[in-house]
Design a protein around this ligand. Structure first.
Ligand code: 5AD
Ligand code: SF4
Length: 467
């Protein structure tokens, strides 16, 4: 048993090593079916693609439901409490299937929740029907765990493993059009509310040469878009003296000539002018930036450990708007951080009124065990927090709708990514500014960048026709 320890997860002084991982092939699970359920961020989505690759190398085939699976993997998120609730709800369903229909069902839990000491303790006490718990640092070990699975609960979580595991093209990617590319792992920012620096470990950049090799390969395979992934991409390279900066990496990736380059997520702190200039210079770097605000109040920003003031954020925001033509900017905002006053909240609204964001993900603060904010006294009741969220959402939606209305009757390039979820007779895709568009058109357009005339604009999507 290897259990996660918070004090170990907090440490940041180890050396990063680069380790090449070769695929492990076996026919032990030939013909068996797997189902992976993913919660949380794009990093998790991409980790699930790695796991799918691993499982197929062991003989598993995909299936689309836990009901028909021989193995279920829950890739979990720990960022907010409601993510926990959803996971335990789904585990209940898996338990039922195992008891009533398929006693051999292998149930695995991995991802950020697996890195939490309290979660593993709860599983040991109350969820012994789970077969395997493994963490974010040892996904590459999954084949070995499955080939040597013991009876009962197996717990294999490393508190930190601070290495970069290079898995090459051992992914089973969900899309043949748009691909995720990790550029770095972990986070060293330690915002006081956030669990990620503990569950994902310290900042570790992949080698730029490996990233470039991967993007070149994706272009050869016909991919139209890559999204560079990191918890905090503008810190790329800062953990290794010999490595290039994020602006230089973006330049090199853009020069490979893939049609569309995106990146998530950027921290407002340390977003350099050079980065802004590179985004503005290359037509294939999409004019879209996700720039989390979290709060507009200087007092709260300080308590959150965000390293910028309202004024600094707004200066950066205005500079981006000025220098990157047509850039769309979205954000994340937390309401109800401990002791957030009405005045603090008003400061957040002030920033939203100024920025008129293209979109925003808004959250009620959720204490995460082990983080500094969880120890702060909080005298704000839930009702007040909910009212604030509601008010914020109204304003956020007003501006996203307003921004979308500007597209009406315009013709814009859209990368068609698949069939629309809402209407199976339609296609869907994204503008360069990352607006979702439901498009009338034939399926042969999937994977193409086409000119679309926008015929209707709502708060969260656009409708259009192929020109
Ligand atoms: N409570 C509420 N929201 C949080 N986020 C991160 N941690 C918390 C928390 N403890 C939000 C932040 C972050 C997004 C991914 O999730 O806004 O940017
Ligand atoms: Fe969490 Fe802050 Fe790191 Fe983002 S930058 S992952 S909010 S600690």
């Amino acid at each position: 048993m290897n259990k996660p320890v918070l004090s170990e997860a907090r440490k940041r002084n180890r050396v990063t090593e680069f380790i090449e991982v070769d695929p492990i092939l076996s026919n032990q699970y030939d013909g068996k079916k797997y189902y992976i359920r993913t919660y949380g961020c794009q990093m998790n989505v991409h980790d699930s693609e790695e796991m799918a690759g691993i499982l197929e190398n062991l003989g598993f085939l995909p299936t689309d439901s836990e009901e028909t699976a021989d193995i279920v993997i829950l890739n979990t998120c720990a960022v907010r409490e409601n993510a926990h609730d959803k996971v335990f709800g789904f585990l209940g369903r898996c338990k039922h299937i195992k008891e009533k229909k398929n006693k051999d069902l292998i149930i695995c839990l991995c991802g950020c929740m697996a890195q939490e000491t309290s979660v593993v303790e709860e599983i040991e006490k109350h969820h012994k029907y789970i077969n395997l718990v493994f963490g974010t640092h040892n996904i590459h070990e999954l084949p070995n765990y499955l080939l040597n699975l013991h009876e009962g609960l197996n717990v294999e979580v490393k508190s930190s493993e601070d290495n970069v595991y290079e898995v090459g093209e051992n992914y089973k990617r969900d899309s043949k059009i748009s691909a995720w590319v990790n550029i770095m792992y972990g986070c060293d920012k330690f915002c006081t509310y956030c669990i990620v620096p503990y569950t994902r470990g310290k900042e570790r950049s992949r080698k730029s040469e490996d990233i470039i090799k991967e993007v070149k390969k994706l272009k050869e395979l016909g991919y139209k878009e890559v999204t560079l992934l990191g918890q905090n991409v503008n810190a790329y390279g800062r953990d290794r003296e010999e490595e290039i900066s994020f602006a230089e990496l973006l330049t090199k990736v853009a020069e490979i000539g893939i049609d569309r380059v995106r990146f998530v997520t950027s921290h407002p702190w340390n977003f350099t002018d050079e980065m802004i200039d590179v985004i503005a210079k290359y037509d294939n770097i999409m004019p879209y930036i996700h720039l989390p605000l979290q709060s507009g109040s200087d007092r709260i920003l300080k308590l959150m450990g965000r390293r910028y003031t309202q004024e600094e954020y707004l200066n950066l925001f205005d500079k981006m708007k000025e220098r990157i033509p047509g850039v769309a900017i979205t954000t994340d905002i937390i309401v109800g951080f401990p002791n957030e006053t009405d005045e603090d909240f008003e400061e957040t609204l002030k920033v939203v009124e100024h920025c008129k964001y293209d979109g925003a993900f808004t959250f009620i603060y959720s204490p995460r065990e082990g983080t500094p904010a969880a120890k702060m006294e909080d005298n704000i009741d839930l009702k007040t927090k909910e009212d604030r969220l509601h008010k914020l959402n109204e304003i956020v939606n007003k501006y996203s709708n307003m921004n979308n209305q500007k597209y009406l009757d315009k013709t814009v390039p859209v990368l068609i990514t698949g069939v629309s979820e809402k209407d199976n007779d339609k296609l869907c895709g994204y503008t360069d500014t990352f607006k979702l568009v439901n498009v009338e058109g034939g399926k042969r357009l999937i994977g193409e960048i086409v000119d679309v005339k926008i015929t209707d604009a709502k708060s969260f999507s656009l409708d259009g026709k192929v020109e």
